[in-house]
Design a binder for this molecule. Structure first.
Ligand code: IVH
Length: 686
């Protein structure tokens, strides 16, 4: 049965078929807002409610269940194998222009002009320029507007049926908006965003499992899974870029208009596209996208140029398997082979030891890479990277380069397995790996010069107090020569000491002094962030400053007061409290103040000023005038917490009529007990 059968005329508003139709419309609309436009109009919980309503309706009236129902995205069966699908229109490939310079675009334009018989004086050819997504090609077949089949490219003639897997991709509409064409095959690319890929690998690392190599392989592997429930966990995405078979739909006259039309039907079409005039337009597009490549949320391996007018495309035709009207113009590869020359262990600001592969220099993702992270001991072991190995290095986006795999067949005999040192390679202190942690940490603290250097670099960084020009080379020199031992020492530097350093001209010494002077006037959030307290990032530093107003209030806050700060949980609260409990940390803060570091302080927020801030209450029994919820709201507004059960940590129990075991427990533990009047007396204005 198709959708249209049960949507046929005659359904009344209280009819289940009518409601099902309404729910289809709503769920399709909101899925599009959420997955494609990234602009939801309703909360997730409301979407879930509508979804469950439709599920219930379909369970009660199985005749209402159609393949394009929003409930059919998940729940397909586990298959034994994938079924072959013969493509009505073959899925072609595109010629690749590997010359990554402007010449690549110029050569293509010249070939097109020649094939069209154009002379030098004739007008430039108009092209549709778009991205070359690095995923896998997919053909989506819509009949009368409903998705009926999804197939991989395969050899171009025959692919595999992956319909139930593709249904799990939220971005792919199960029903097209405003298109009832008998057949519309939409071609495009299934891919995985870099953040979704990184998150997946983070999860794998946390579970101690094998990480995936790159987003493309991960997406391709997922699409060919036999169990759609596994695919649903992968968070795949899709971009449409062309057509296959079409029946009963007027195809627009240009490729750019075609993409507009697909977008209007609710299909995801990448916004990074342009209509380009002649070779100059193509060159400009190639270089503009090249500049922004790292900032895109997904991998691309090039751009694609297509002659815009479909009539001209027809005139140009094909050479065997590739159209003459399109070309892929590449960028430098994001994965390259190189060899590991050494494995070093670096010490971070918090003492974390990171194994880093030192590589034979290799040009990857547009830059020369000589270092690649191996993350931690387990990961280095799992990948089994050894000195001398030939490895695949990946550098994509702003993620640090990493070794993604070893080519074992290229290993020299005698290569030794890497082991993490159990002592800090810089200061020699014991390195420990806490239970349940993936990382070894140097226990040397500020005794460790590596940690001191990193702490200084962090304090000086742009988002902290911003000491311009204080980079790692200078910090190395300052710390290694013993001129600077602690953070405040930086502010005690004089021109003579600085100018005495190797390769330091008077002028640059003065620049550093000026930068130090400028950094003395800062803000409380920058200063706090710069201290490098574990778990205190910029957002937490801002929240702390807003809540407490003054640094001294933060330094003296107990864990319960810290817990009052929005988004500060027990681990963060403990970390901040422990940091300021340590005499040497307070000393550093005092010395920095004495060195002239200053910032504006504000008033604490109302919640922080309240005498109830951070106190824990338990409510029990019926109060004379306040409902449970009202009492809770009043307490929370005053900065207190309301807990469900009484313990030694409870500050007050508020008891009303028929208070039961919680009151007994309070009396047993000696917790203060209040009635409603007592509670009101504690509240502001009470
Ligand atoms: S058009 C007749 N456009 O590149 C032209 N392909 O070698 C058919 N690809 O298998 C393809 N981005 O998976 C086209 N914007 C884009 C593309 C694109 C990526 C892939 C596609 C195809 C391969 C062609």
């Amino acid at each position: 049965m198709t959708t249209l059968d049960f949507f046929s005329a005659g359904a009344a508003p209280d009819d289940p078929a009518f409601r099902a139709r309404e729910l289809h419309r709503l769920l399709h609309h909101h899925a599009h807002r959420y997955y494609v436009l990234d602009a939801p109009e309703i909360p997730d919980a409301e979407y879930d409610r509508l979804f469950r309503e439709l599920q219930a309706l379909e369970a009660a009236h199985p005749e209402l269940l159609t393949p394009d129902s929003p409930t059919q995205r998940v729940g397909g069966k586990v298959l034994d194998s994938l079924t072959p699908v013969r493509h009505a229109v073959p899925m072609l490939s595109i010629e690749t222009e590997t010359d990554t310079t402007a010449q690549g675009a110029q050569d293509f334009d010249a070939r097109v002009r020649k094939a069209l018989g154009l002379q030098d004086g004739d007008a430039p050819v108009e092209y549709a320029a778009e991205l070359k997504f690095d995923g896998l090609a997919m053909s989506l077949r819509y009949e009368l507007g409903a998705l009926v089949q999804a197939a991989t490219r395969g050899d171009g003639e025959t692919g595999e049926d992956v319909t139930q897997n593709v249904r799990t991709i939220g971005q792919i509409p199960l029903r097209l908006k405003g298109c009832e064409a008998a057949v519309l095959e939409v071609r495009g690319e299934v891919y995985m965003r870099r953040d979704d890929f990184e998150a997946l690998n983070e999860k794998q690392r946390a579970k101690g499992e094998k990480t995936f190599i790159n987003p493309r392989n991960t997406a391709a592997g997922a699409i060919r899974q036999l169990d759609p429930a596994l695919v649903a966990q992968r968070r795949l995405s899709f971009f449409a870029y062309g057509l296959g078979e079409v029946q009963g739909w007027p195809v627009p006259a240009t490729h750019a208009r075609l993409l507009d039309a697909l977008q209007a039907m609710g299909l995801p079409v990448c916004a990074e596209r342009a209509v380009a005039e002649g070779a100059a337009g193509l060159v400009a597009f190639h270089s503009a996208i090249g500049e922004r490549r790292d900032a895109l949320p997904f991998d691309i391996d090039g751009v694609v140029y297509k002659v815009n007018a479909l009539a001209l495309q027809q005139q140009l035709g094909f050479k065997t398997r590739e159209p003459r009207w399109a070309v892929a113009h590449k960028y430098p590869a994001q994965e390259m082979l190189t060899t590991v020359q050494a494995i070093e262990v670096q010490v971070g600001r918090t003492g974390k030891l990171t194994p880093v592969a030192k590589l034979a220099p290799v040009f990857v993702g547009g830059v020369t890479v000589t270092n690649a992270t191996l993350h931690n001991e387990d990961e280095a072991r799992r990948k089994d990277v050894r000195v001398g190995d030939t490895v695949i290095v990946r550098r994509a986006g702003d993620v640090i380069p990493e070794v993604v795999a070893v080519l074992p067949e290229k290993r020299q005999t005698g290569a030794e397995v890497f082991t993490m040192p159990h002592a800090c390679p810089v200061c020699g202190s014991v390195a420990v790996r806490e239970e349940g942690e993936a990382d070894y940490r140097c226990t040397g603290g500020l005794f460790c010069s590596a940690q001191r250097k990193q702490a200084m670099l962090h304090f000086a960084s742009r988002r902290a107090v911003d000491i311009e020009g204080l980079g790692d080379k200078l910090v190395d020199q300052l710390v290694d020569s013993g001129v600077v031992k602690t953070l405040p020492d930086l502010y005690r530097l004089g021109l003579t000491a600085l100018a005495a350093l190797d390769r330091m001209a008077d002028k640059s010494a003065q620049n550093i002094l000026d930068a130090l002077e400028k950094s003395r006037q800062t803000t409380l959030p920058r200063f706090l962030y710069g201290l490098g307290i574990r778990h205190v990032g910029e957002a937490t530093a801002k929240a702390l400053a807003r809540h407490f107003g003054k640094l001294d209030a933060i330094m003296d806050a107990g864990e319960d007061q810290l817990l009052q700060v929005p988004d500060v949980g027990p681990i963060v609260a403990q970390s901040i409290h422990t940091f300021f409990q340590q005499a040497h940390n307070r000393e550093v803060v005092e010395q920095l103040r004495a060195c002239g570091l200053r910032w504006e302080e504000g008033e604490p927020s109302p919640a922080a000023q309240s005498p109830l801030a951070g106190k824990t209450f338990v409510l029990t029994g019926t109060l004379p005038t306040l409902s449970r919820d009202e009492a809770r709201e009043l307490l929370e507004a005053a900065g207190a917490k309301v807990a469900g059960s009484v313990s030694k940590k409870t500050d007050y129990v508020v008891a009303g009529e028929e208070a039961g075991s919680k009151l007994d427990k309070a009396l047993e533990l000696g917790v203060a007990v209040l009635d409603e009047a007592g509670l009101r007396a504690l509240l502001p204005g009470g």
